[in-house]
Design a protein. Structure first.
Length: 740
């Protein structure tokens, strides 16, 4: 087994790492069993190495670190944390705890995956002791396993790493914390790894606004409190809530790692690109009404089923044996179980009817019509899967495809557990359910999704977690279709842009090595969506959002400190340095207070650098500036050569503005329209370009009253205009510092 290599203070291999984990047989074994290509293996291992190295230093004294690990939905987060777990064993971690969801089926899914990937039951290997949801009967095993690590007479390969999976549930977490608390003295000498899978769900404090603690949050907080030296990793594909919670929360992360998927992954960027052939719209009149269901299945559901069975039959032609012959369909309506049962009856009746018809004489009109319908669907499939088997061969397999498909309602239905699926028991599966299909659960070989539901409360993270249809399906993407009502389709499309920009910002944080708690939370997000449920965001930590309509943004705090004013003056001068300024001729005046200079071809990247250096400590100004920075960053991503206009306002005139006792401008400082009729000054807001970002640089003397003495002379003030065509809706939650 590897030994711990402490990171020298003057040789950080990656910003933010606290120590250097050494690679051993356990992490390597995980990746060998995963059967992934060399590029994916290297990428996964390097990421796991950084994640563990940014955590608590095993050679250090007591302490803890919390890290946020962000992947895409269905992108292989489990392989990432399994590799981190293997690496923890390689580096002498005696205890690993995986908090695995809120439902028993998810815990079972995670435990089985961990057992297989870590080869827990390998003959002659005592590297692991796996315990699921520990009971009192397991406490002796836990105690003795941890005590082994304090026995100097044992070799490392004679000690087992204890791997505990536990439900995110009060009784199970409470029992585990209570027992580990009795072992605090032994654990004080050893590092512990805690994985919180689906970390944005259930565990965050949903009572923070009332000054209380929700049950699961309190349980997780207690678990962390009994582990003297540990790393807590929050794994999620939707990090909005963990990012926006109070930085003093027990679950607030201090570092972040962004996971990159392998080559075969297909996510939102491909499913929801412009003109995507994989997305089909459910007509408004066919969206299911929970209170008034139609007497028969909507045509769009029948079309979705027809496409699913064409894909399954085609798969049976080309893959006669093995797991690859399996295909699944997910029907995901509202959470109302009566709706699920109705849909189940519709699907089962449709399958039975098709089986009867496909068995009729080929000359029968009903059979001919059904075959014709299937052929039209096959033609659609061929547009995205040119290599699909010939239709004559596909239709021959249709009877088998229909007969060997199981239709199940995937809910608890009063049972203690959500049903567990034995995927090998059928060639085709059609799962019908609500919340059980929302997150975490992996639908094997999913090709067709039918989702006749709206976006609900409009929380962006909740919408994205329904995307069970993402995943490693490049090989059979042509057989995939997703049926959505219009608003849900639009929400997914808007989320894709939000996700790309959010991940890019988090990657900057990760590569910079700064603490995540010092980063200004900044997202691009459609006004139709909220980042997450507001119950976990405390008052005072609320985000500020713009609706993406464009227009003017003005500085509010004017006086600042003398040092900050001086730095902002320098920022003005640096931006203006070398610009070809000319007198603006869009409005002609002999009044110096109405004459401005303009540079019309300034690289937008230079403006971005200027905004990054401009100091605005007031939270509202910081949010405004950050929003502009995010928007400009998106413009530059689309067009690195984008240009801007820079105005030097009234450079030959002296003007003043009144501020309040806090140094704030009670009203906007920009000069309004004066006079009326032809020749009247149109106001400062008139001066901007129609198709590019415009920056106005103002200088004013400041006083506390109209005739009062000047308290700051020539103070710089900033206003920025973004055309509506370039504007983006943003969400900003300012913190202590911002990443430039």
């Amino acid at each position: 087994m590897a030994t711990v290599d402490v990171l020298p203070d003057d040789e950080p291999p990656v910003p933010g790492m606290n120590w250097i984990p050494l690679l051993g047989e356990q992490a390597e074994g995980v990746l060998e069993r995963a059967k992934i290509d060399d590029i994916a293996r290297t990428k996964t291992l390097n990421s796991a190495w950084q994640i563990l190295g940014k955590g608590v230093n095993p050679a250090g004294t007591e302490g803890s670190e919390a890290g946020l690990v962000v992947g895409y939905v269905q992108s292989g987060k489990t392989l990432s944390f399994t590799t981190v777990i293997g690496l923890a064993r390689d580096n002498r971690f005696p205890l690993v705890i995986v908090v695995a969801g809120t439902k028993t089926n998810l815990l079972t899914q995670s435990a089985d995956r961990l057992s297989n990937d870590l080869d827990v039951d390998a003959d002659g290997d005592d590297a692991w002791r796996l315990i699921n949801n520990p009971t009192d009967d397991d406490m002796q095993t836990i105690k003795k396993t941890i005590e082994d690590w304090s026995d100097d007479e044992l070799e490392d390969d004679e000690r087992s790493t204890l791997l505990i999976t536990v439900l995110k549930q009060q009784d199970h977490l409470g029992r585990l914390s209570s027992f580990l608390g009795t072992l605090a003295s032994q654990l004080a000498n050893f590092p512990v790894l805690v994985i919180d899978d689906e970390a944005d769900q259930a565990g965050l404090n949903a009572k923070v606004r009332s000054g209380k603690e929700s049950t699961i949050y309190r349980c997780l907080k207690e678990l962390r409190s009994v582990l003297p030296k540990h790393t807590y990793l929050l794994y999620t594909a939707t990090p909005q809530a963990p990012l926006l919670i109070n930085i003093n929360s027990a679950l607030s992360p201090s570092f972040v790692q962004v996971l990159e998927p392998g080559e075969g992954y297909v996510g939102g960027a491909e499913f929801f690109k412009d003109g995507s052939p994989y997305i089909k719209v459910i007509p408004a009149e066919e969206v299911l009404d929970d209170q008034n269901l139609p007497p028969e299945p909507p045509p769009s559901l029948v079309k979705a089923m027809r496409f699913f069975f064409i894909g399954l039959a085609a798969t049976l032609v080309t893959n006669q044996t093995g797991a690859k012959r399996r295909r699944s369909m997910m029907v995901h309506p509202s959470r109302i179980r009566d709706v699920h049962r109705t849909l189940q009856h519709w699907v089962e009746d449709t399958v039975s009817t098709w089986l009867e018809i496909i068995d009729l004489n080929p000359s029968d009109p009903d059979r001919q019509q059904l075959v014709s319908d299937f052929q039209a669907t096959w033609e659609d499939a061929r547009t995205t899967m040119p290599s699909i088997a010939p239709f004559d061969e596909v239709i021959k397999k249709m009877k088998r495809a229909l007969r060997r498909t199981q239709v199940i309602e995937f809910n608890t239905n009063g049972r203690i557990r959500t049903p567990e699926i034995k995927w090998r028991n059928a060639d085709g599966w059609i799962l019908i359910g609500g919340q059980a299909l929302d997150r975490g659960f992996t639908v094997d070989s999913l090709t067709v999704t039918y989702m006749p539901r709206g976006i609900g409360t409009g929380n962006a993270d909740a919408v994205q977690q329904r995307a069970r249809f993402f995943g490693y399906k490049r090989a059979y993407l042509g057989l995939c279709r997703v049926y959505l009502e219009t608003a849900t389709r639009d929400a997914f499309q808007k989320y894709v842009q939000h996700e790309q920009i959010m991940r890019a910002e988090l990657e900057k944080v990760a590569s910079s090595g700064i603490s995540l708690r010092e980063w200004t939370r900044q997202f691009v997000l459609s006004p139709t969506l909220k980042p997450c449920r507001t119950s976990v965001i405390s008052v005072g930590e609320e985000y500020v959002r713009t609706r993406g309509n464009g227009g003017w943004s003005e500085q509010r705090e004017a006086k600042l400190t003398e040092d900050l004013r001086g730095e902002n003056v320098k920022a003005f001068d640096d931006l203006l340095d070398g610009l070809e300024l000319e007198w603006d001729d869009s409005y002609v005046s002999e009044n110096d207070a109405q004459r401005h200079q303009i540079a019309i071809d300034v690289p937008l990247r230079r403006v971005a650098e200027f905004l990054a250096s401009y100091n605005l400590p007031d939270p509202r100004d910081t949010a405004m500036l950050t929003s502009l920075y995010v928007t400009i960053g998106a413009i530059l991503d689309a067009n690195p050569e984008a240009r801007a206009s820079v105005y030097r306002m009234r450079p030959e005139a002296s003007s003043s503005r009144t501020i309040n006792a806090d140094g704030l401008l009670p009203r906007g400082f920009m000069q309004g329209r004066t006079g009326s009729g032809q020749g009247a000054y149109p106001g400062d807001r008139f001066f901007h370009s129609a198709d590019r970002v415009s920056v106005q640089l103002h200088r004013y003397d400041l006083a506390y009253s109209t005739n009062g003495p000047c308290v700051a002379s020539d103070a710089p003030l900033l206003s920025v205009h973004v055309p509506r065509s370039l504007a983006l809706p943003t969400v900003v939650q300012p913190t202590v510092a911002s990443l430039p």
